[in-house]
Write a protein that binds this ligand. Sequence first.
Ligand code: ZN
Length: 84
Amino acid sequence: MLEGMSRQTSRHCAKPTCDNLAAATLSYHYETASVWVEHLHSEGHPMTHDICLRHADGMVVPQGWTLEDVRYSAPGALPLPQAS
Ligand SMILES: [Zn+2]
């Protein structure tokens, strides 16, 4: 009965073997060699990946690439408590 529903109602981390709920949206901008981590988009997109908070915070980008984590710098974004 749940076929086709879970994809719409809950999104999970795109990382293999990770089953956490998606908390951020990852996108690769090849023209600027940058990886963007944003608040989870309301809709999925073929060019973006949904990842969980743990993988978003632990994101490592390829050599020569820049990580642009805009989750905490975007206008109106509330800083989230982070375990240090
Ligand atoms: Zn994950």
